[in-house]
Design a protein around this ligand. Structure first.
Ligand SMILES: [Cu+2]
Length: 145
């Protein structure tokens, strides 16, 4: 009799544990990737300027255009790299914004009033070449004679 009770108890215990295991729910956290359907465009064009302050002004102007996600003006190359959402803005809007801040771009001459209000060091030469290579003469790819 005792044996029976014992085995029943064991069976019940086993049943409980197995039941516990079965009901253990594995919580799966599914990360839903939001695939953005935006048309990102990368663009580079020449912009005249002198120094780090010019860089701030030029990049701020470009970034002020809605849809622009990145702007990086290269002081040595006199060139800006911009990334923008072409469903929100276009290249000309960026040219215009930069020109309004007083800086010449390839397509739009800088606003004269804004230019006059730039700090002295930033009043760049209007004849400055844009889209310079930025290389200091020595080309690493040419073989020595
Ligand atoms: Cu400057």
């Amino acid at each position: 009799m005792k044996k029976v009770i014992l085995s029943v108890a064991v069976i019940v215990a086993m049943g409980l544990t197995s039941c516990k295991n079965e009901t253990k729910i594995v919580e799966e956290t599914t990360t839903t990737e939001v695939s953005k359907e935006i048309a990102m465009t990368d663009l580079s064009f020449g912009v005249r300027g002198n120094c780090g302050m010019c860089k701030n002004t030029i990049e701020k102007a470009a970034n002020s255009v809605e849809g622009v996600t990145a702007a990086n003006w290269d002081k040595d190359k006199k060139k800006i790299d911009v990334s923008f959402d072409s469903s929100k803005t276009d290249a000309m809007a960026i040219h215009n914004a930069i020109a309004a801040s007083g800086y010449d771009t390839e397509k739009v001459a800088g606003n004269e009033e804004a230019y006059k209000n730039l700090p002295g060091c930033c009043q760049y030469d209007h004849d400055m070449a844009m889209n310079q290579s930025g290389d200091v003469k020595a080309d690493h790819h040419t073989n020595n004679d």
